[in-house]
Design a protein around this ligand. Sequence first.
Ligand SMILES: *Cc1c(COP(=O)(O)O)cnc(C)c1O
Length: 453
Amino acid sequence: MSPSIPPDELFQRLAVAQKHLDAGFSHLPPLDPTPLGEDAAAILQQAAERLRDDFPYGHPLYAGQMLKPPHPIARAAYALAMSVNPNNHALDSSHASSVMEVEAVEALARMFGLPQHLGHLSSGGTFANLEALWIAGQIAPGKAIAASDQAHYTHTRISSVLGLPFVKIPSDAQGRMDLAALEQVLATGTIGTVVATLGTTAIGTVDPLDQILALQSRYQFRVHVDAAYGGYFTLVTDLAPEIRAAYDLISHADSIVVDPHKHGLQPYGCGCILFRDPTVGLFYKHDSPYTYFSSKQLHLGEISLECSRAGASAVALWATQRLLPYDRDGEFARNLSSGHQAARQLYERLATHPAFVVPSFVPPLDILFWTASAPTPAASSLLAQAIFDKAARHDLHLALATLPTRFFPPNTWKSTSGSSQPDTVLCLRSVLMKPEHLRWLDQIWRRLLEAIV
Ligand SMILES: *Cc1c(COP(=O)(O)O)cnc(C)c1O
């Protein structure tokens, strides 16, 4: 489902732009157009039928996983660029869209306050993190990658792909990297890079980047910021002070990952890696006899691990940034802020309702989790599952997450220690990342109350 723009507007505006693009090539001998035909129409109908099997990710009553529809201008710009189908690997295959990528990446670097940078778009956060840690491994061969137990699961995998040891640092009761534990590990001299997650994927917590960076005065290590999900929150002005403190120092990190396909209103296939020191580009050096034949200028493929990349991704991001610039007082930032507000408001309602229990900290960004009141974590888990199922039958789509009981206040359950109770509990989880979520909060709340079992 598209966000609410008038029906057909997207296709009308796309048609106008497409005509203008095509006119740029009108000096060429015309091609014979061949209609797609009835078979294609029938197949598209079947595809539409199959897609009706999805959850309504674009609707505000979908308040589960980290899913957000691309902005209509991103859809239109992507479709427009697809008619050219540029490949941003080399300038020969992406004259226009490579330059648009450079500009779009610059806008992201500016948003983080980087005075200079080297960076490019990628297929997503995983690949962008892989590049960051690959460079880290080139700079400190054999040294370990450290990340918190709340970091994205792919960091373990990436380290294994790169042949680098991985060290998991415990998180505190708020899911933030435990600094004492980190310092102990740093003291061993085995850590090459610390991954600070600004916006963890499960619960949206923010590692204390300011305090992690402060440890660089005593220990030598690189800092990589994984802000695939949370990066754009740097534009939000009403973050809690300790969270703001982390965001304010992002530009001091050696590398940063942000996913425009999460909070940047882009279709999937759009991540971004930024390095603070542009000279890391030297590590990418390769020799290919056929790829770069037309110019001495930099080709993005020379500073990217991936070869082919969709130029259309860059065009879509570029267009979206022009409509919704990354300004702290702009509409883009306000939309992020409204998700943050929605999460805090829902947290307040849950906290005062006897059927639910909430964690001991308010949602740092726009993700919140809670579970059902019950004497034991196991009983809470059963109820949470039942509420999840019933809510879906009321068209309210939430998510589930198994999380440590230590994220909840100590007296939440009668017995958690000494018994056979698990130290995790099944939680309901909601990512309120759509701008409409704040306005729809009453609807969401009503359906959630109807789902209490
Ligand atoms: C989503 C996410 C990733 C993985 O990014 P993909 O775009 O899904 O590949 C990595 N780290 C964090 C913190 C994320 O939220």
